[in-house]
Design a protein around this ligand. Sequence first.
Ligand SMILES: NC(=O)c1ccc[n+]([C@@H]2O[C@H](COP(=O)([O-])OP(=O)(O)OC[C@H]3O[C@@H](n4cnc5c(N)ncnc54)[C@H](O)[C@@H]3O)[C@@H](O)[C@H]2O)c1
Length: 299
Amino acid sequence: MAEQRLTRYSTQKRVLVTGGAGFIGSHLCARLLGQGHQVLCVDNFFTGTRNNIGSLLGNPNFELLRHDVTFPLYVEVDEIYNLACPASPVHYQFDPVQTTKTSVMGAINMLGLAKRLRIPILQASTSEVYGDPAVHPQTEAYWGNVNPIGPRSCYDEGKRCAETLFFDYRRQHDVAIKIVRIFNTYGPHMHPNDGRVVSNFIVQALRGEDITIYGEGKQTRSFCYVDDLVAGMMAMMATSPDFTGPVNLGNPGEFTMLELASLVLELTGSSSKLQFMPLPQDDPKQRKPDILLAKAELD
Ligand SMILES: NC(=O)c1ccc[n+]([C@@H]2O[C@H](COP(=O)([O-])OP(=O)(O)OC[C@H]3O[C@@H](n4cnc5c(N)ncnc54)[C@H](O)[C@@H]3O)[C@@H](O)[C@H]2O)c1
């Protein structure tokens, strides 16, 4: 027993999770605590909530710091997961300048911390770096098809620039970087009003409101459950220092929006009707990860 405790103590890390009060971050914090690590959750509560981490607040290994990652941060930790950034169009388009600042200055500040402490840092990048892809499914080798001046660009280009910074910090300063490109993820703690399609359809169906379908509803998306995503992120952090990614993380199973809507109607037993609206600008028609690299490297 004493031996077990000793082993656990010696492998315990102090892990910084930026954006830790958000949807994915809160699950990551819980999983890290469950493995016996200490977690420092940093969040400015732009989209994250104390509710998401309510069950963690009493844990002596959990520490919460209200802080905006566009400002430097000086703390002592062993690993960084950089998730801070609004992720849904309604939220990242609310203050697009702040969105780009969060991705770019947030990356610079967290990379600076990783450089000073000589510790690994993982970036939560996104399938949006592929833009409206001309290649299907998207492999990590595809450079993307992104509009640099549209309403989604603050997020897409901010995340692309963050990836550039990660690789330059590696080339120039030998920082141990890891990049995962996250595809659509769903699960508990999603913001009910953030316009993401899974939560949108479920909330509309439960309220008996019309279900909003953009275009003809034939565009496809693939959805990954949050627990599987978090397992993939932690497996990525545990890879050897030579392996940087980027690695796609997601579920390659593909649904049209019409299929998703009919599944939600079936499961909720709702009598909501479908309402067809014009497609938003730069809305990708297809999105499906190629996850061969994740399968090979992360099992
Ligand atoms: N959910 C998805 O399907 C998805 C897909 C691709 C990429 N991602 C990426 O994963 C990460 C987490 O996404 P999420 O779905 O949990 O979104 P979320 O909005 O729930 O979480 C983001 C968190 O970052 C915090 N934040 C925002 N700006 C900040 C700042 N300047 N300083 C400190 N904290 C700040 C928010 O308050 C929130 O708690 C994001 O980087 C996002 O781009 C998510």
